[in-house]
Structure formats: C-alpha cells, structure tokens
Design a binder for this molecule. Structure first.
Ligand code: UD1
Length: 345
C-alpha cells in the first residue's frame, strides 16, 4: 500500500523521527529535510532498523527557499507536510530571539509558499500547550484563551498558528491541522530512536535518565512550594509514540476526508496531570533505578500546572494516548542505556 509521499521537516529530531516510523507503518513514503542542528544523520539508521525502510533524506535548512524548491522538484507529488523544523528551547529563545523568530517563522512561510506552488494538500503543524500560558482551568480545552507568550519560543508558536489561520482563511488551496502537544516523553520501545539533547538537558526526562545513569550528579526539582498537592509543578506527560500516531491520524483525515474542515486544532495530551515528584517516583518504581534529587528554587517562567483535555482528538481523530506512564518511563530508561551501550553517553 502506498498512500503517497509526505515531507517531514525536522524528521531526524525527537518527535519527527518517531512520526516518520508511524507514517511508514501506515503506508506513506517519507522524505525528510533536516539541517541537523539538533539531531544526527544516524537517526536514519534507527528508523531503518525499526521499519525496514530508509527514508529519503535531504540535509538542508527550510529557511532556504532554493533548497526547498529543489526538493519539491526532485520529489514531485508530495501530498502533505508535517513541520517539526523549529528551535524549541525556551531559555535559549530568551537569549537569541532573532534566531527563534527567523528560524521558526521563515520555515513556516517558505513551506506555505511551496504548498501553493507545488500543489501540496495539507500541513500538520507542531504547536504546543505553551499557547495557553498558565491556564485558568485544567484540563485545558482547545477553546481556552490564548495567553500572552512568556518567551520568544512560545510567541513563535502563537504567531505560527495565526499565520496558518490567516492563510487558510484567505482561501489557500490546502488544509491544515494544528497539534498542541503537552509534554512528550519516552522513546520508541525498540530503543532504536529517542530523545538526544545537545549538552546539559533542559527538560525533565532527559535530566532524570542522565542522572539515573550517573552522567549528572543529581536532579534539581524546581520548586516544592507551588499550590499543588505535593508542591511540585504538574504536567501532562504524553508518550512520544502515542503522540507520533496522532500525526498519522491527522494526515489521514486531512488528505482522505473531503468534508473535514480546512483548519482544525487538537490538544494532544493524556488528560492526566502528574507532578514532577510523582514522575520521579514512577520512574524509580518502573525501572528500579534511583534518581538522586534535591529541591531547589522555582525556575523562572515555569507554569504551575497544565494538563490537557484530549476529548476533541479522541472523538474526531479516533486517537487516544493510552501507553501507561510506567511503560513510557521504562522506554526512556532503555533508550538511555542504549546510548551508553553505544558509547554515545
Ligand atoms: C517547556 C515549554 C513547552 C516546550 C517544552 C520543550 C513552557 C511553559 N513550556 O515545557 O512549551 O514545548 O519546554 O522544550 O514554556 N523540571 C525540574 N528539573 C529539571 C527540568 C525540569 O524540576 O531539571 C521541571 C520543570 O520545572 C517543570 C517540569 O519539570 O515543572 C517540566 O519541565 P520541562 O521538561 O522543561 O518542560 P516544560 O517546561 O513543561
């Protein structure tokens, strides 16, 4: 079964690589473009080991329209795009706002131009629960108000959503699905692909696994004085393979359901809020490995609690995040152990 060709920008990255595997399993052919700014070409080996298919790969930057045009000419008939090509570190975006606005927004504009020029039928855009800021109510639905962004990174997500909406409303000849992710965690159960942050991890799970394996001395828990049951922040940790599968559902719907709206927005979360301390406990009991940690002060800009209501995606996409958190923690640990085995970390 060949359902057509999908361009996955940022396809060697963390969520991108897991999505490529699921697209291949669903019968899509995949072309990846990635500038390898935060990933490695050997991710393609991992993808091939899992699916038996090596996706076409172009090393290039989506900010470069010449490269994009050459790509669309070389692979005529690309039906859909999933756009993961973006910078995603909140802290770095405060220091280098121009980099974030240029990279994240120029990529999107170029892709939208190419879609019209080359007859691409739909784009799935990676957005984030960061658009809700500190929500008034949890779990958040897609109707919750968009709060002023607290970082240039968050602002690029808000602006991108607006750009896509304006372009579609102006009568663009394609559709779009915007996916608002909560906190993606874990790795493929094969441990062939996973998250590989550059340098000291900023996000919780890679910090936990690197501490558990002894690369980091101890985890700092940023605050235990929040007005939550155990005082630590609450997030909606969603398994990355579950998340990847939602992209395939979104693409199928956009391309195969003629009456689906020209633009749709979905929360991708589990519907459950889990605190940072609960997550550490779950990791320890699932893996039997201790994570030394200490409580430190709050991290500037952190949201106290946010978790998503995924009903819209459950009903319309027929998708549900159902991997138990303990399995997700085991997958993250297996991936960390694989990196050690390969001498990478
Ligand atoms: C942030 C962004 C999100 C973005 C994601 C990816 C916001 C509000 N959220 O998510 O949009 O997609 O990064 O980069 O901007 N923690 C510790 N110790 C650590 C690391 C984290 O205690 O060493 C805590 C944090 O304080 C937070 C929770 O763990 O409460 C999750 O943090 P993290 O994994 O960085 O993700 P978010 O900040 O939720």
């Amino acid at each position: 079964m060949n359902k057509g060709t999908i361009l996955v920008t940022g396809g060697t990255g963390y969520i991108g690589s897991h999505t490529v595997v699921e697209l291949q399993a669903a019968g899509y052919e995949v072309v990846i473009i990635d500038n390898l700014s935060n990933s490695n070409e050997n991710v393609l080996d991992g993808i091939e080991k899992i699916s038996g298919i090596r996706p076409a790969f172009i090393k290039g930057d989506c900010c470069d329209m010449t490269i994009l045009r050459t790509l669309f000419q070389a692979f005529p008939g690309i039906k859909g795009i999933i756009n993961f090509a973006a910078s995603k570190a909140v802290g770095e975006s405060m220091e280098k706002p121009v980099l974030y606005y240029r990279n994240n927004l120029n990529t999107l504009m170029n892709l939208l131009d190419c879609m019209a020029e080359f007859g691409v039928k739909g784009i799935v855009f990676s957005s984030s629960c960061t658009v809700y800021g500190e929500p008034d109510e949890n779990p958040v639905t897609e109707q919750a108000p968009i709060k002023k962004a607290t970082s240039p990174y968050g602002n690029t997500k808000q602006i991108s959503e607006e750009v896509i909406t304006d372009v579609i409303n102006a009568g663009a000849p394609f559709k779009s699905v915007i996916l608002r992710y909560f906190n993606p965690v874990g790795a493929h159960p094969s441990a062939e692909i996973g998250e590989l942050p550059n340098g000291v991890p900023q996000n919780l799970i890679p910090y936990i696994t690197q501490t558990a394996i002894g690369i980091r001395k101890e985890l700092s828990v940023f605050g235990n004085d929040y007005p939550t049951p155990d005082g630590s922040c609450i997030r909606d940790f969603i398994n990355v393979v579950d998340l990847a599968k939602a992209h395939v559902k979104a693409m199928d719907r956009m391309l195969e359901v003629p009456e689906s709206p020209k633009i749709e927005i979905f929360n991708l979360g589990t519907g459950n809020g889990v605190s940072v301390l609960e997550l550490i406990n779950t990791f320890e009991s699932a893996t039997g490995v201790k994570v030394p940690y200490k409580i430190v002060g709050r991290r500037a800009g952190d949201i106290e609690k946010v978790w998503g209501n995924p009903s819209h995606a459950n009903e319309v996409l027929g998708w549900k995040a159902d991997t138990p958190l303990a399995d997700t923690m085991r997958s993250a640990w297996a991936w960390q152990c694989k990196l050690r085995e390969r001498g990478i970390m």
